[in-house]
Write a protein that binds this ligand. Structure first.
Ligand code: FAD
Ligand code: UDP
Length: 393
């Protein structure tokens, strides 16, 4: 009998397996339908011996000390600050838009203050910022929006930024200084030996059994367990009762090139040209030295493995119907990017999983407390059985 059946060996499932096994001494079975652990963060050495991320570039960044310290139990880190160039008007310019982006694009030599005024002069007044278009045009105006955001977003999501929640393009800031880092989080680093190695260490415990190539539907009737933790798509769990929740997919085209390096930056975005959105060169992320180099192209697709929840009002409403069902399903806990339909980064999923773990332990502590009066009760009966000392009476 397992205490927990955990569906999915990504961040959500693996963090919970690790905590429950090591901290609560629970017996855990982790199943994943894929042939590997680590979910979408899975990395491996390709046929040439270059470490690549099978499901596209995964860069770790967080402001949470707790999350960083937690993961540091399972890996050493390689400090890494991510940088991206965008191919616009035949030039490669820093993305997020910053002082150098503007100066290079328009052949100017503005300072920080001047570029702020320049952007203010371009910005459109938007009374209420609701959509991903509003976010950008209210900061940098329509021309830069068209150059950097509109077509990239249409390619990535299959819809116009005006149809997407503001949270999508809000992920990318605008700067008037020369900071060209993609993220500004306190902790930015890559697992020194890769993500998969980190997951191996998380799951390496006698209380944890991992079954790969296994859809949970195929074993659920045969393996006894007390509670389930589910990190797959929430609509699938409920047999699409209210219809399909839209997820955006990608096709990854991996290549190894017979040259030591290829790109001018770790990632180059192509907002306006090509069918792919971006190219990543893995050695720039991992720091690996190798005479050849490995890259990946990302081609967005409607169908295929679910990678991105699509943040827009009607989808949030549909998700809320599933969430209600999920909340009403006893002994099944939903966690992770697909199961809670949230456009979460890795660190946010780790934080969500740690929070669920806390909730589960509080729940079992509550259960013990509820039982306690009975124990106290029997203890008082025991007291009564203690031979009386008539002298004290
Ligand atoms: P997943 O990793 O998707 O794990 C869920 C697992 O459940 C999967 O392995 C799946 O096979 C399994 N599963 C589903 N259904 C079943 C079933 N029926 N039976 C058995 N198993 C099942 N985050 C960052 O912080 N930085 C980045 O740079 C970054 N880049 C990204 C780039 C891309 C292209 C993508 C798609 C995501 C990126 N992310 C990034 C987000 C990151 O991948 C996720 O936040 C994280 O991996 C989510 O973990 P999870 O456990 O919720 O889900
Ligand atoms: N985006 C864009 N142009 C860019 C980079 C990002 O329009 O050059 C928009 C696009 O809608 C994208 C979103 O901003 O989906 C978030 O970008 P991010 O790099 O965070 O996407 P992810 O790495 O999650 O795919």
């Amino acid at each position: 009998m397992f205490d927990y059946l955990i569906v999915g060996a990504g961040f959500a499932g693996s963090v919970l397996a690790e905590r429950l096994a090591t901290r609560s001494n629970k017996k855990v079975l982790v199943v994943d339908k894929r042939s590997h652990i680590a979910g979408n963060a899975y990395d491996h050495y390709n046929e040439e011996g270059i470490l690549v991320h099978k499901y596209g570039p995964h860069i770790f960044h967080t402001n949470s000390k707790d999350v960083f310290e937690y993961l540091s139990n399972f890996t050493d880190w390689r400090p890494y600050e991510h940088r991206v160039l965008a191919s616009v008007d035949g030039q490669l310019v820093p993305m997020p838009i910053n002082l150098d982006t503007i100066n290079k694009l328009y052949g100017l030599s503005l300072n920080s203050f001047e570029v702020e005024q320049f952007l203010e002069s371009l910005a459109e007044e938007v009374p209420v910022i609701r959509t991903s278009e509003d976010v950008v045009v209210s900061k940098v105006g329509r021309e830069l929006y068209e150059k950097f955001f509109r077509n990239y977003t249409r390619k990535q999501w299959g819809m116009d930024p005006s149809e997407l929640d503001k949270s999508v393009t809000s992920r990318v800031p605008t700067r008037t200084n020369r900071d060209d880092r993609y993220f500004t989080d306190t902790y930015q680093a890559m697992p020194l030996h890769g993500y998969t190695r980190m997951f191996e260490r998380m799951l390496d415990h006698p209380n944890i059994k991992v079954m790969l190539n296994t859809d949970y539907h195929d074993i659920i009737d045969f393996i006894p367990f007390k509670e389930m933790i589910f990190s797959g798509p929430v609509d699938e769990y409920f047999d699409f009762k209210y219809g399909k929740l839209p997820y955006r997919s990608l096709e990854f085209k991996h290549e190894t090139l017979n040259q030591e390096s290829y790109l001018a930056a770790p990632v180059v975005n192509y907002p306006n040209d090509n069918l792919y959105t971006r190219i990543t060169e893995f050695k720039a992320l991992t720091g690996q030295k190798h005479p050849k180099t490995a890259i990946v192209y990302e081609y967005p697709k409607a169908e295929g493995d679910p990678y991105y929840p699509v943040p827009r009002l009607e989808n949030a409403e549909l998700y809320n119907k599933y969430k209600k069902l999920a909340d009403e399903t006893p002994n099944v806990h939903f966690v992770g990017r697909l199961a809670t339909y949230k456009y979460y980064n890795m660190d946010q999923v780790v934080a969500q999983a740690l929070t669920l773990y806390k909730k589960l332990t509080e729940k079992s502590e509550e259960a013990v407390k509820v039982k306690k009066p009975a124990i106290t009760g029997s203890a008082s009966i025991m007291d009564k059985l203690v031979p009386r000392d008539p002298a004290k009476e």
